[in-house]
Ligand binder design. Structure first.
Ligand code: BTN
Length: 242
């Protein structure tokens, strides 16, 4: 275990491991505002109890813990906040690079990030009720990506975006802090607007929760509004979008 101070100006303690089972488990053991990052996870997990492949290959695997004791705030909205922060981080890295080729970088409901319509980042939220802490786990395919996934995967490198895990994490945290302040002061509306400004298949046909329809909107809490073929609009709270 290595404690790194290079991002201490952002008020997080960064703890790095070579190999862990899952950073989600370890992040629960530290005081708030700790980020646990690992080079490799033996039991990396994704949404819906799926496996998140986590070899030592320059991909980014980290979990951060945030105190969630203010009752009037809806902490599930932080999944959108984290997704916007990572999308902005990847976009900024792309913009800083000399290539003229610009990949499309968008959010897929609720919190995946797609590059050229393939998944490059996944985010997992878990609540640690005993300690009133929310754990936000983020996995980004920087150099490598798995094959045979439910939704086609890619990596930043594959799409022409070259970076390393520390630069990406640093960029993410800058954005996350800024958005977190905005969320606490103004509420979810501006995060929602930012999420919607670059998202996958808005006003187009999708399949979610085994139903097909048009993805019409996100409501004020982040619930997906799906318009069915018969014109009826339904609210979808969780599921995978295809
Ligand atoms: C998803 O299924 O889209 C979410 C994937 C989340 C993966 C990250 S990697 C770091 C953290 N530790 C885990 O075991 N999972 C999350």
């Amino acid at each position: 275990m290595k404690i790194i101070n290079q991002i201490s100006h952002l008020n997080y303690n960064l703890i790095e491991y070579d190999i862990v089972d899952s950073t989600m488990i370890l992040a629960k053991k530290f005081p708030e505002n700790t980020i646990v990052i690992a080079r490799k996870q033996k039991s990396g997990r994704g949404k819906g109890d799926r496996v998140w492949e986590s070899e030592d290959n320059n991909n980014l695997y980290f979990s951060m813990n945030v105190k969630s004791d203010k009752k009037k705030l809806d902490y599930s909205q932080l999944s959108f906040l984290a997704s916007v922060a990572m999308r902005q981080a990847i976009s900024a890295i792309q913009t800083s690079q000399p290539s003229n080729i610009r990949a499309s970088i968008v959010s897929k409901w609720p919190n995946d990030i797609l590059i050229n319509e393939k998944k490059a980042c996944g985010i997992l939220l878990e609540m640690d009720c005993a300690n009133q802490m929310l754990i936000i786990g983020v996995g980004v395919n920087i150099d490598a990506f798995p094959s045979g996934t439910l939704f086609k995967a890619t990596s930043l490198k594959q799409e022409g975006i070259i970076t390393d895990r520390y630069s990406l994490l640093k960029e993410f945290l800058n954005n996350f802090n800024f958005l977190l302040k905005e969320w606490i002061e103004v509420g979810f509306s501006s995060i929602r607007d930012k999420w919607i400004s670059a998202c996958y298949r808005l006003n187009q046909e999708i399949e979610v929760d085994c139903q097909r329809g048009i993805f019409r909107d996100l409501d004020k809490n982040g619930t997906l509004i799906l318009e069915l073929e018969n014109g009826k609009k339904i609210m979808v709270k969780s599921g995978d979008v295809f």
